[in-house]
Structures are given as structure tokens and as C-alpha cells.
Design a protein around this ligand. Sequence first.
Ligand code: NAD
Ligand SMILES: O=C(O)C(=O)C[C@@H](O)[C@H](O)[C@H](O)COP(=O)(O)O
Ligand code: ZN
Length: 338
Amino acid sequence: MSKLYFQKAQSIEKLLSALSYSSIFILVDENTFKHCYPLVRGMLPDHTLIQIEAGEQHKDINSCQLIWNSLSQQNADRNALLINLGGGVITDIGGFCASTYKRGIRFINLPTTLLSQVDASVGGKTGIDFNGYKNQIGVFNEPEFVLIDTSFHQTLPERELRSGFAEMLKHGLIADAQHWKDLVGCDFNLISNQLLENSVSIKQKVVEKDPNEKGLRKILNFGHTIGHALESALLNSNEPLLHGEAIAHGMRCEASIAYELEYIPQEELNQINESLLKIYGPLKIKKALRENILRLCKQDKKNQNGDIRMSLLNKIGEANYDIAVSENTILNALDNCL
Ligand SMILES: NC(=O)c1ccc[n+]([C@@H]2O[C@H](COP(=O)([O-])OP(=O)(O)OC[C@H]3O[C@@H](n4cnc5c(N)ncnc54)[C@H](O)[C@@H]3O)[C@@H](O)[C@H]2O)c1
Ligand SMILES: O=C(O)C(=O)C[C@@H](O)[C@H](O)[C@H](O)COP(=O)(O)O
Ligand SMILES: [Zn+2]
């Protein structure tokens, strides 16, 4: 797996000096151009900026074309380096474009949101959305390294911090009850470096055992069958959800399914609901949206032989994967939780 550095973004200069490359490209969106690029600009050797539009709607093939075009027009060769400076949208799409341009150039992740620092920049999943479905086109490929600097949080809106916190809570729920306890007792605006590092290390340990998601890695997808469906269903609505928010509601729904299927006791379900509702509040969806959510669940990449397969909790701190869940069970969970 790639090396993770928890240090100031300015140390990029030294880290780059250990690599040989023909040219450097920096991928940003308008917000990371404004808030994050100034922190590193002076430390970077000569480079070309590539800017895409911010937001999940732009994690698509049009942005890929823009990125590939820039690389091509600037004559990037196979020894070029792409530095992804941004949140999960930038690290996902940048990693994918780098991995496919001329069959692969190297890339570096410099994540600037809490979510991308604890989750998206780590583990080698890259990709884009397609036909209204999440992350349908992509490859597994690791960055040269990941440089995590929490100074970037200073300009992050509170809503983005809250969204990233959901993936940290997920790490506790699936693999470490103590991490869950530590997190529910803390303010997501004031996350210590220690908690952040603990969270990333939970993900790293899972990825190390199963980098290409043949089995165990699917536990990192807890909350994502329904969460991704909610995120996609509401993406072009008046009230889109951020990824982590969608996952938080997905985790409530999928915890209720784990209870229905007798994997977790009532007391743990209550604890999960209480904690998640306190941070993310309730979500109300129109009845008419239920069928659309079910349709989206049917496209989940974990499904097998036409069955919807979920990753569900066995208890707080432990999860299992490949569990077949019926359409009725999903619809009941949507009715009960949303
Ligand atoms: N590859 C993986 O393993 C993985 C894991 C989790 C999530 N993801 C993906 O990550 C994406 C979500 O990532 P995200 O939440 O970081 O979203 P994002 O990249 O859209 O960033 C959120 C917003 O914050 C802005 N921003 C970024 N850094 C900033 C900063 N320091 N100051 C001010 N504004 C800043 C961005 O411009 C954007 O508007 C989703 O597409 C999700 O599917 C991937
Ligand atoms: O790293 C993983 O594996 C994850 O599942 C992490 C998730 O938080 C993340 O949202 C990931 O992008 C989901 O991937 P997908 O395979 O469900 O598209
Ligand atoms: Zn996620």
C-alpha cells in the first residue's frame, strides 16, 4: 500500500525531490484552487494546473475528458506526475484519469477534506459515476503517496466536516468498538490528529488484507448500498446529500436491517440510531422515491446473481459481507427509518 504521511502540505517539496518525473500537473476544483492551492503553490516545482468544476455532478466522463485533454495538450508523457489536491471527488477522478492516461501515469493524493483524508485518498479505489450510478467506472490503483495535512480543515464548511465524520463512525462500527465510543463522545469540529490517524489505520488494515475487494474489503461498504442509492437519487434534487450524510442515513437503514435479520440486538440498534440522528438529524423522503432507491440498490457492485448483497454489522465493532437482503426488507427499512 502507499505510504501515508501525516505532515504539513509544504513538505510536498521534499517528498517530490525523491521522485523523478518529466512534468507535474496539479488537479484542483474551484474551491481547492482558492483555499488549498495557495498553501502549497510556493513549494511546487514548475507545474500545470488543471481545474474542474466542484461537486459530485462533475465526477463524470466530461471532467475526465477535460483532464485527459490537458495532459495530452501539454504533452504529458508516461513519466508525468498528477497531484490530486482536493476532496474525494478530485482524488477519485484524478486517480482514475492518471491510471488510464497512456495506460497509467503516477499520481499523488493531497486530500483536503476530512472525508478524503480518512477514507477516499487511501486504499486505491478510483473512479467516476456513470448513467446516474455511483462509481461505476474505475480501477484499483494506488497513489505514489498520500500526504495528510489537517490545516486544510480551516477553510472547510462545518457541513463538510460532519460529512467526513460519517466515514470515521463507519470505521468504528465495522471494526473497532472503542473507536466508535471515542467518536460519539467527541465534537466533529474538533477531531484530534490521533483520532484521524486511528480511523485511517482501521481502513488501511482492511485494505491490506483484501486490496481488490474480493471479500473482507466489502465491510468498508457498510451503509453504502442504501447510502449510495440515496446520494444518487437526490443528487439533482433541491436538497442533495453530501456523500457522508447519505452514508450516515444508509448506516441507520442498514443497521435496522441487521436488527430485523437478528444480527444485532435492539440495544445496539438504539445506540446507533440515537448517535447518528443526533449528528445528522432525520431524513424524510417522498414515498414515490422508494422504488427509485430500490432500483439504484439493484446496481450496487456488491450484488451477485441478481441478489442484493449487503455488508451488515454483527455487533458494534464487527461486520460481515455478502448478506442477501430481500427487496421487501429494504422497503421496510426505508419506511421505518426515513
Ligand atoms: N475512493 C474511495 O475509497 C472513496 C471513499 C469515500 C468517498 N469517496 C468519494 O469521495 C467523494 C466525496 O468526497 P468529499 O466529501 O471530499 O467531496 P468533494 O471532493 O466534493 O469536496 C467537498 C467540497 O469541499 C470543497 N473543498 C475541498 N477541500 C476544501 C477545503 N480545504 N476548504 C474549502 N473547501 C474545500 C470541494 O471543492 C467540494 O465543494 C464522493 O464522490 C465519494 O464517492 C471515495
Ligand atoms: O474503500 C472502500 O472499499 C470503500 O468502500 C470506502 C467507501 O467509503 C467509499 O465510498 C467507496 O468509494 C465506495 O466504493 P464503491 O466500490 O462502493 O463504489
Ligand atoms: Zn464512502
